[in-house]
Design a protein around this ligand. Structure first.
Ligand SMILES: Cc1cc2nc3c(=O)[nH]c(=O)nc-3n(C[C@H](O)[C@H](O)[C@H](O)COP(=O)(O)OP(=O)(O)OC[C@H]3O[C@@H](n4cnc5c(N)ncnc54)[C@H](O)[C@@H]3O)c2cc1C
Length: 386
């Protein structure tokens, strides 16, 4: 059995973000590191958008960024200046290529393409079983979801489960149509009958934009319903009739207050499998970056990476639960809820809140901006269940 200091199972966003951070520190140069993924990354399967104030770890592969965003709904619409934030886009393929190319250089990193079937703890190490081999390490950082989280979540009391499901088209318009300085963050002016639905428009040039139709609901739609919604939006709302589709992406992100396991013993879960997806929004990219940075810090201090200090996590988990409670119990439509939030708060305060970085007095202001008749009963119910 081949032995390593660290094994990273799953080379997606979380696995490669962790590997990238490891390559930045001399502490890891003499450590034997193994990355395992079931497939080679040859396609752009995901586009990540996130906001930040300063250049991040992947600044050199930011594909496009915007300093202004638009918000639309039937009751409130506005344009917001994000400064000091920028809304940024990174293409999955650029992140995969960058990190995997860099991993070839130092000589202490191995990459294996094989399907992981199980990870398990032994006394002072962990082992990874793939279809073809068994490996061991002091720590395994796992981004693979082996358990059916949804089934488990549904069996628990007071757990809300929604799916954020979406399909996006990268379109090329025949004419100069887009202002590539302004992104549409959320446009709720679409049918809301099957769930909270919105479209976002991310122009990357005057001719090209990624347009995604997104819904928060219990069930996904039929494949053709996403296409129809995109086609309607592009034709009727954007009034673009001449265009071609150069890329398609789709996905499902969990929106839940289910507590994903952080890991156990020598296995540390990372990424969505480790609970880094924000329950009320589905945003994950920046949470992965912050989590992996903390793991690196813990390893370098020789402290247990499972025991990270996360004082405010419980508070934000409660806020996510309250919001999910309102959406799942249909106490208020998502378009109305987000319209209240965007109408009554500064955009910077909203982004900070959605990043789990506000303090309690900032959170009180946000709470006051949404309907108390809806949110107070939901908050009481969630606090009793906490
Ligand atoms: C299409 C899409 C777009 C998204 N856009 C955004 C966004 O704009 N902003 C944002 O914040 N979040 C976004 N998310 C949510 C989240 O950021 C991503 O899902 C992100 O990729 C999660 O990272 P991860 O490492 O947990 O999972 P992944 O990136 O999916 O990585 C998991 C890796 O594990 C590998 N794997 C799985 N099973 C096995 C196995 N048995 N053996 C070996 N390898 C295995 C997979 O091949 C994959 O490479 C998006 C999600 C999707 C699906």
């Amino acid at each position: 059995m081949k032995q390593y200091d660290y094994i990273i199972t799953g080379g997606g966003c979380a696995g490669l973000s962790l590997l990238k951070q490891m390559m930045l520190h001399s502490f890891f140069r003499n450590k034997k590191i193994l990355l395992i993924d079931k497939t080679e990354k040859k396609q752009n399967d995901k586009t990540w958008c996130f906001w930040e104030q300063h250049p991040g770890l992947f600044e050199d592969i930011v594909f496009h960024s915007w300093q202004q965003i638009d918000f639309y709904s039937d009751t409130f619409s506005a344009r917001f200046d994000l400064i000091p934030y920028q809304y940024k886009m990174i293409r999955g393929i650029d992140l995969y290529t960058k990190v995997l190319d860099e991993a070839m250089q130092p000589g202490n990193i191995e990459i294996v393409y094989d399907e992981v079937v199980a990870v398990e703890n032994k006394e002072s190490f962990a082992i990874v079983n793939t279809k073809q081999n068994t490996f061991s390490a002091h720590y395994v950082f796992n981004s693979i979801s082996f358990e059916g989280w949804k089934q488990k979540a549904m069996q628990q009391k007071n757990i809300h489960v929604l799916l954020q499901h979406f399909k996006g088209w990268l379109i090329e318009a025949n004419e100069k149509y887009f202002d590539d300085h302004i992104a549409t963050f959320m446009d709720f002016r679409v049918d809301q009958k099957n769930g909270t639905a919105f479209v976002y428009v991310l122009p990357v040039s005057h001719h090209q934009a990624l347009i995604e139709y997104t819904m928060f609901s219990e069930k996904v739609l039929e494949a053709n319903e996403y296409d129809k919604a995109l086609d309607d939006y592009i034709g009727n709302t954007l009034q673009i009739n001449n265009y071609s589709i150069s890329h398609i992406e789709s996905g499902i992100i969990p929106m839940t207050n289910y507590a994903f396991s952080k890991g156990e013993g020598r296995i540390i879960n990372i990424g969505t499998a480790g609970g880094q997806t924000k329950g009320s929004t589905g945003f994950t990219f920046q949470f992965i970056q912050k989590h992996t940075a903390k793991l690196i810090d813990a390893l370098m201090k020789h402290s247990n990476p499972l025991h990270l200090q996360q004082f405010s996590v419980k508070r934000f988990h409660l806020y996510d639960s309250i919001l999910l409670n309102v959406l799942c119990n249909k106490k208020m439509n998502g378009d109305k809820l987000f319209a209240q939030l965007f109408r009554k708060n500064k955009i910077q305060a909203i982004l900070k809140f959605l990043d789990n970085e506000t303090n309690f007095s900032e959170e009180l202001k946000i709470m006051k901006s949404v309907s108390s008749s809806v949110f107070i009963p939901a908050a009481i119910r969630e606090m009793l269940a906490f």
